[in-house]
Design a protein around this ligand. Structure first.
Ligand code: FAD
Ligand code: EPU
Length: 446
């Protein structure tokens, strides 16, 4: 961690105002009132607020005094607190990190291949995230954040500390009768949030029903399915910077979302721990039923509501995708390749039937599942592992395979698709512990 670490605590003697500086642009303020405190949660996008934070950090002109978290917690505990509510994960309290050594990860990820962690710890608050980062920094150990483990392939045991994100809770921050702003803890199961939203009549996430994993990992690859992507409903993402513990709030633009991409997967990879996500959902939303089989599933349903769409998506997904509780997998192993018009032209000339989706910028997304199936891999069986027989993009683990075995199969598929169609498939699944000596495609390991 760098020199200034967060949070920092300050007191303004006289009026007795308490401050927790959570980051260079983030501040919690408690102002004393006759019957207790007024709490304000400041996201400092504007200059004056940023200036106040700078002054607090510098203890400008000796106005402010430095204090500890315990002192602020003790002070504030003396009275009732009104004002801005506490976001999921921001519960005050002094956190310690007490990791467990030599943890079996095989039940903590959906591929189910064998892997152990040197150390692992569950975190439920921002404070526990920071304590875990601090502990790992002091031990000079690397950190791996894991949510539901539904988009990772372990190639070997993990050196260092696995931080299991279990930050729970949902808070409605605003509701004007139509549009709601909801903050959700990063460790909440994604599908649980979809159920909660559709039951409340909030539209926007229904097409993303039954995607496994956590809310915190959803922005990581901008999860998408059935004509929707999570970026369309994300209001903001909050993450702790591993370098200094600072809490940062990112706008959707700052998240740099793309198809199965974001800042957190690219320039911000291994830098941020996502702790909360804010969503904008609407009661008046027009449901999207245009993709694939949804319209057919909804035939006969007049004016479908978000809950009807979610139910249709669940039925379609159950008919195509393997349940990780029964058959190990991480969903689509590869991304659908996005080709330039120049690269797409010869493919289309040779295979006019190839399923594809042109984008506004001229690029063309091609169905990787079709390429893999045409190359003869659908249902391919290597005993312990293979290719799903209903979805060629999904590699499956039947039991007894290692991450290296799965990667060898993925590498063979890539080589064959490249040879047959001249198209390079890029893995979607995050490769953990992939060594340079692994078969051919290691340079692309993510
Ligand atoms: P993990 O697998 O735990 O982590 C994934 C990556 O994100 C890792 O690199 C990890 O280090 C990082 N990470 C996790 N949490 C955090 C955090 N809080 N802060 C910073 N980094 C973090 N995906 C889709 O987009 N669409 C689908 O339709 C879809 N269908 C699927 C179907 C099945 C059957 C399965 C098994 C997977 C599917 N997926 C799909 C992939 C997967 O469910 C998503 O990518 C999901 O968002 C992963 O969440 P997770 O919590 O399991 O992430
Ligand atoms: N196809 C085949 N053979 C196959 C699989 C697919 O020919 O074995 C063809 C289909 O006929 C169809 C096209 O490919 O024309 C698209 O298939 P599908 O609708 O099943 O979707 P996909 O492109 O294979 C993507 C996502 C899924 C998401 C679905 C539904 C990627 C990498 N995958 O799959 O996401 O659930 O669309 O929207 O974009 C994931 O990311 O893990 C994932 C499962």
């Amino acid at each position: 961690m760098s020199e200034t670490t967060f949070p920092q605590f300050r007191l303004l003697p006289g009026p007795g105002i308490c401050y927790a500086v959570e980051g260079p642009k983030r501040l919690i303020e408690w102002r004393p009132r006759s019957d207790g405190w007024w709490r304000t949660d400041v996201v400092a996008r504007e200059y004056p607020e940023q200036l106040l934070i700078r002054d607090l950090l510098a203890c400008e002109e000796g106005r402010y005094t430095t204090c500890t978290e315990e002192e602020v917690v003790l002070q504030v505990a003396r009275g009732k607190v009104a004002g801005d509510g506490i976001l999921p994960g921001m519960q005050p309290g002094v956190a310690r990190c007490e990791p467990t050594a030599d943890v079996d990860l095989s039940g903590l990820h959906t591929f189910g291949v064998p892997a152990r962690a040197e150390f692992a710890v569950e975190v439920r608050t921002d404070g526990e995230v920071r304590a875990a980062l601090q502990w790992a920094a002091e031990c000079a150990l690397p950190v791996l954040v894991l949510g539901g483990g539904s988009n990772v392939l372990f190639h070997r045991d993990v050196e260092g500390l696995v931080v299991l994100n279990r930050i729970g809770g949902t808070a409605v921050l605003a509701d004007d009768g139509d549009r709601v702003e909801v903050a959700v803890g990063a460790g909440e199961p994604w599908h649980g949030f979809v159920v909660q939203a559709t039951e409340a009549g909030w539209g926007g996430v229904e097409n993303l029903a039954l995607i496994p994993g956590s809310v915190g990992a959803a922005p990581m690859q901008n999860i998408g399915a059935y004509g929707a992507e999570v970026r369309e409903v994300i209001a903001w993402v909050e993450a702790i910077d591993r370098r200094d513990g600072a809490l940062q709030r990112f706008t959707p633009e700052e998240c740099a979302f793309g198809y199965r991409e974001s800042l957190f997967k690219q320039a911000g990879r291994d830098r941020y721990v996502i702790v909360r996500v804010g969503f904008h959902l609407r009661r008046s939303v027009e449901v999207r039923t245009g993709y694939g089989d949804i319209a057919r599933e909804l035939a006969g349903v007049e004016a479908p509501r978000p809950g009807d769409v979610a139910a249709a998506v669940i039925r379609i997904r159950r008919s195509k995708l393997p349940d990780p509780a029964v058959l190990g997998n991480a969903g689509s192993f590869f991304k659908n390749p996005v080709l330039s018009p120049v690269a797409f032209a010869p493919l289309q000339a040779a295979h006019p039937e190839v399923p594809h989706w042109p984008a506004a910028d001229g690029t063309v997304k091609v169905a990787a599942g079709w390429l893999i199936e045409q190359a003869g891999w659908k249902g391919h069986d290597r005993g312990t592992h293979g290719v799903h027989d209903r979805q060629a993009l999904v590699l499956v683990h039947r039991g007894g395979a290692t991450g290296a075995d799965i990667w060898q199969l993925a590498s063979d598929i890539r080589a064959s698709v490249r040879e047959r169609f001249g198209v390079d498939l890029e893995p979607e699944v995050n490769q953990i512990g992939l060594s340079a000596a692994a078969p051919q495609n290691s340079a692309q390991g993510k």
